[in-house]
Design a protein around this ligand. Structure first.
Ligand code: NDP
Length: 270
């Protein structure tokens, strides 16, 4: 048989936005979408981290297919400016990945009112602000898709991450509402439920205890064992990225208000 057939995700030349695309799951998602032929805009707060990520992505796909903008997703004005910049550079965004954020380790006893407010604001407004800013573009692009990077904590709360768990449950609920409201406009809304995936935030937690002398591999293996993760390891960022890219693509055209579990079997729900 002549001419190898190539599998396509169907996102060629689509403009895709990945918030928090300068590290971990977001950066891996940007890589996957670029490899699938999309043009990708990422944002983050730290200039050096952002520049390094843009440099890496541009080397894969060419500088003309990558945009990196310094933007805090909680800053409404900055998000609006980011949305305008994306459209003027790439045309209307057809994909929005709401990924920016991080978890908070704290029990009810040691979570102050201020910490609760910060956590609820981060989890809700990191979805609300970019969604509001990019929705008109997603509608105009046709077949628009939003994917929220959510956590398994939404369904399986952990007492040592009480505020993050409660906020994540709210996002699970919100995604369903948005999916119903945006369906007539042709915009799908889904999420991934992440268990434990190697990323910047796990690296920082490893560094914070590095005095123990345990290697990264041994530490993550022990973590997976202690958490009884059936697949016996943490996930890799690209494993989350593949699920995100699928939900963002026309391959998932009849799926909305739903999720893919990326937890190595850690979920105890049927
Ligand atoms: P990383 O720390 O590796 O990446 C987080 C990214 O988000 C960075 O690019 C960071 O850049 C950016 N970011 C954080 N806050 C903001 C903000 N306010 N505005 C703009 N950008 C921001 O972590 P992960 O890849 O692990 O995290 C990605 C998402 O996955 C997060 O929402 C996290 O909560 C979620 N998640 C991850 C899990 C895991 O095990 N890895 C488990 C469950 C959920 P900068 O700091 O420069 O702004």
């Amino acid at each position: 048989m002549s001419g190898a057939r190539r599998f396509s995700l169907g996102v060629e030349d689509r403009a895709a936005v990945v918030t928090g695309g300068s590290s971990g799951i977001g950066l891996a998602t940007a890589r996957v979408l670029l490899a699938a032929g999309a043009r990708v805009a990422i944002c983050g707060r730290d200039r050096a981290r952002l520049d390094a990520a843009v440099g890496e992505l541009a080397a894969i796909a060419g500088a003309d297919r990558v945009l990196g903008t310094r933007c805090d997703v909680l800053d409404e004005k900055a998000v609006g400016a980011f949305a305008r910049e994306v459209e003027s550079r790439f045309g209307p965004a057809g994909i929005l990945v709401n990924n920016a954020g991080q978890g908070r380790v704290s029990t009810f006893a040691d979570t102050t009112d201020e910490a609760w407010r910060e956590e609820l604001e981060l989890k809700f407004f990191s979805v609300i602000r970019p969604t509001r800013a990019f929705l008109p573009q997603l509608e105009r692009a046709g077949g628009g898709a939003i994917v929220c990077v959510n956590s398994l904590l939404a369904r399986q709360p952990e007492p040592h991450m009480v505020a993050t768990s409660a906020a994540r449950a709210g996002i699970l609920n919100l995604v369903r509402s948005l999916a119903t409201e945006f369906a007539p406009q042709g915009v799908r809304v889904n999420m991934v439920l992440i268990g434990l995936v190697e990323s910047g935030q796990w690296r920082r937690r490893y560094d914070a205890q590095a005095a123990s002398g345990e290697s990264w591999d041994a530490w993550t293996r022990r973590l997976a064992r202690d958490k009884h993760i059936p697949l016996g390891r943490l996930g890799r960022p690209e494993e989350a990225a593949h699920a995100i890219a699928f939900l963002a693509s026309p391959l998932a055209s009849y799926t909305t208000g739903s999720f893919i579990d990326v937890s190595g079997g850690h979920s105890r729900h049927v």
